[in-house]
Unconditional design. Structure first.
Length: 464
């Protein structure tokens, strides 16, 4: 398995050897629908009876329930690789674990000495799961434990806990809300108020293989003590029109997002108000393409040096396009002079392309510190690109950069679209000073908010 080490990195066991699986899903034309007719914990018509009795590719349907909560006396086991469980909407029905175990857990035998991954799709749609709890030497998935690809569609996962009862060094916890041995895909879902500790990683979600994809979702108010307050994704991370906010890694890196392996794309999304010991936004494993596109990274904080995001290029495509990185804070230096090296907005190594982006208003120990190098490695560090607004940089930046620590941004707010943004004030130097080289149709907010107004794009994620 793969669990957090007490460092800024993740360690993975030698069991991680399988190839990436397909994310496709093709339901069986002969699947049965099993209706849930009451909110009892067990017995005829209950959710437990329907799930335990389900065959592969069946659908468990809770949409006819008039009650609002199903209280469980223990986890409901799932013994098939492909299953859909659907409800009437996450504000209308909650499956509450009462802290007596997980809510749902797959229990599918796999060959010895392999990861317990299976090729299948577990689809949960239209209900909430809450107050699940798991413990043990390795406590994985407070509410949900999946061996198949886990699809959260219009779901809410909240107040779940993964708590390790092991002792160092062989212990750990992960996925306070949900743990997936395969990919996790969350669409129009809300994952909040979950915890993983001690030696915890991925307070909200932890995908152990095939990566993680967020679409129209929010990950918020989750907590770990080690790494990845919001999420941890192995072998790829993709977020679109989503928000990761108010997550915490109390004693380690990556308040919002941590990755190990695989490409990273943050697109039309906001990462804000997360906190960690270092790197409030998050840290991404080097050696893979990393892109931040029409997104806002704002008001994240760290105890030391790097309040914002760390991008490690290692010669692969790494870029920030038409984005805003502002008001991220490192509270103190980890050593004397650190604030004259690190970037509290963008901490990087290698050569990174930045186009038409704002990186300003970020501070380290109260002093401007917007762009700098990471702690990991000291190589040639340089920003290339054009039409940027940057405050204080400790590495080389393009000569046409507007240099100011006052980008004149309105507070982070709902300005239209699914995510919060910083509007440009009328006197912002970013107005009509950017470019639209990628030919985006819209700004971060999406349809209805053109990328170019008055003949030239503004700098940053928001078009005035």
């Amino acid at each position: 398995m793969c669990l957090p080490a007490r460092s800024t990195a993740l360690f993975c066991s030698t069991l991680l050897f399988a190839s990436l699986g397909s994310l496709g899903f093709a339901p069986d034309a002969h699947a049965a629908t099993r209706s849930v007719t009451n909110c009892n914990d067990s017995g005829a018509g209950s959710l437990r009876t329907a799930v335990v009795g389900a065959a592969n590719n069946d659908v468990v349907d809770m949409r006819g329930l008039s009650c609002g909560t199903i209280f469980l006396n223990g986890a409901i086991p799932i013994r098939v690789a492909n299953l859909q469980i659907v409800g009437p909407g996450y504000s209308r029905l909650t499956v509450n674990g009462r802290e007596r175990g997980r809510v749902l857990q797959q229990e599918i035998p796999t060959p010895p000495n392999t990861l317990p991954r299976v090729d299948g799709d577990l689809i949960l749609r239209g209900f909430s799961v809450s107050w699940g709890r798991t413990s043990g030497q390795y406590a994985l998935g407070g509410c949900l434990f999946a061996q198949s690809r886990l699809h959260l569609q219009s779901m809410q996962v909240h107040h779940c806990t993964a708590r390790s009862s092991g002792t160092p060094p062989e212990y750990g916890s992960g996925g306070g809300g949900a743990w997936g041995y395969n990919a996790i895909n969350a669409t129009n879902s809300f994952v909040h108020s979950n915890r993983a500790f001690p030696n915890g990683a991925g307070g909200g979600l932890y995908s152990n293989w095939d990566g993680m994809r967020l679409d129209g979702s929010r990950i918020a108010y989750n907590t770990v003590d080690t790494n990845g307050g919001g999420v941890i994704a192995l072998f790829g991370f993709w977020m679109y029109r989503s928000t990761i906010d108010h997550n915490t890694a109390t004693d380690g890196p990556a308040g919002g997002i941590a990755t190990a392996g695989g490409a990273v794309l943050i697109n039309k999304s906001t990462v804000s108000w997360n906190h960690a010991q270092i790197r409030g936004v998050g840290e991404f494993d080097g050696g893979y393409p990393q892109r931040v596109v029409e997104s806002t990274l704002s008001h994240n904080s760290a105890d030391f040096d790097e309040g914002g995001i760390a991008l490690l290029s290692f010669g692969l495509p790494t870029e920030i396009l038409n984005s805003t990185i502002a008001f991220n804070v490192a509270l103190a230096e980890s050593f004397e002079g650190a604030c004259r090296l690190r970037g509290s907005g963008l901490s990087m190594n290698g050569i990174i392309r930045v186009n038409s982006s704002i990186i300003s208003g970020n501070t380290c120990a109260g002093k401007p510190a917007d762009v700098g190098r990471t702690q990991e490695i000291d190589i040639e560090n340089r920003v290339v690109g054009a039409d940027n607004l940057i405050g204080k940089s400790f590495i080389a930046i393009p000569s046409d950069t507007i240099l100011t620590n006052s980008p004149r941004l309105a507070p982070l707010a709902n300005n239209g679209g699914p995510t919060q943004t910083h509007a440009l004030l009328s006197d912002s130097p970013a107005v009509d000073a950017g470019n639209n080289l990628p030919v985006f149709l819209y700004d971060q907010r999406g349809q209805g908010f053109p990328r170019v107004v008055n003949g030239r794009a503004d700098i940053g994620a928001f078009e005035r």
